[in-house]
Ligand binder design. Structure first.
Ligand code: ADP
Length: 278
């Protein structure tokens, strides 16, 4: 499972990423944490990143892409990973696409945690207070002034990724204003739909293989040409997940809020038809 968590500072990416780590046994790759470790260790990357991070700006793309490229190579990332805080710009997303393509790896989903901006300052203030009460060191960029800059950077440089992944039919939006538990359940439901659709597509491919051997050349060529297995399974998985994202879980008032953005892009009429059929 390879997932990207997308959302502004304070949207709950880190919290949800940790839960996903436990549930799926995959690693969390947080560029923020990696960069903070580099700053603490005084590495060349850390030296380049230190002041930029403290001011709420973004570290240059080539630095962060280099960090992620090295990290994805490591053996613990083989089973899958959750990217938290990466990609943060369109060039980073393009670099990630290239990286995954080179390695023939598939991105399963991009989960956007949608939150009201007005709640973010409060959330970050609570996080700071909690860290202080635990005696932990507080991040230098967790101040109201720097948070404003981080939010501005998110809006101008990271938000375009919503469109980027929506166009590629990877984006699934979850209402990050729900409780932590509800958000976790919602993400789990979406991912379960993706896993189930993938398994079904794989099953179908497996059962179609022996038949294809005996079929005339023309027919089998047509089958592979018109619906390449990888592409059709990815499409099915995305379709199932989008369908799941549209259907609120029991007891959850509004699990997904697409806020008028083109997230689930099937026309309403078609969806109703499909539901009635089911
Ligand atoms: P946030 O809660 O603001 O999302 P992070 O821990 O993810 O915090 O990141 C902290 C800082 O690290 C960012 O403000 C930025 O300076 C730097 N950073 C993290 N990830 C990236 C990235 N993908 N590209 C550029 N800068 C990054």
């Amino acid at each position: 499972m390879r997932i990207i968590l997308l959302g502004p500072p304070g949207s709950g990416k880190g919290t949800q990423a940790q839960r996903l780590v436990q549930r799926y046994g995959i690693v969390q790759l947080s560029t923020g944490e990696m960069l903070r470790a580099a700053v603490a260790a005084g590495t060349p990357v850390g030296l380049r990143a230190k002041d930029i991070m403290a001011g709420g700006g973004l570290v240059p793309d080539e630095v962060v892409v280099g960090v992620i490229a090295d990290r994805i190579e490591q053996s613990d990332a083989r089973k899958g990973f959750i990217l938290d805080g990466f990609p943060r710009t369109v060039p980073q997303a393009e670099a990630l696409d290239d990286l995954l393509k080179q390695k023939r790896l598939k991105l399963d989903a991009v989960i956007e945690l949608r939150v009201n901006e007005s709640a973010l300052l409060q959330r970050v203030e609570t996080r700071v207070a909690d860290m202080r009460s635990r005696g932990e060191e507080v991040r230098v960029d967790d101040t109201p002034e720097v948070l404003t800059k981080r939010l501005a950077a998110y809006r101008s440089l990271t938000e375009p990724l919503i469109h980027y992944y929506s166009e590629r039919r990877k984006l699934l939006t979850v209402d990050g204003m729900m409780t932590i538990e509800q958000v976790t359940r919602e993400i789990a439901r979406i991912l379960a739909a993706i896993v189930a659709a993938d398994a079904k597509a794989a099953e179908k491919r497996a059962s179609a293989k022996p038949a294809a051997k005996g079929t005339p050349r023309r027919a089998s060529r047509k089958a592979t040409k018109s619906s390449p297995a990888g592409r059709s399974s990815a499409k099915k998985a995305a379709k199932a997940a989008r369908k799941a994202a549209k259907r609120p879980a029991k007891g959850v008032k509004k699990a997904v809020n697409n806020g008028g953005r083109k997230v689930a892009r099937k026309p309403a009429k078609k969806v109703t038809k499909r539901r009635r059929k089911a």
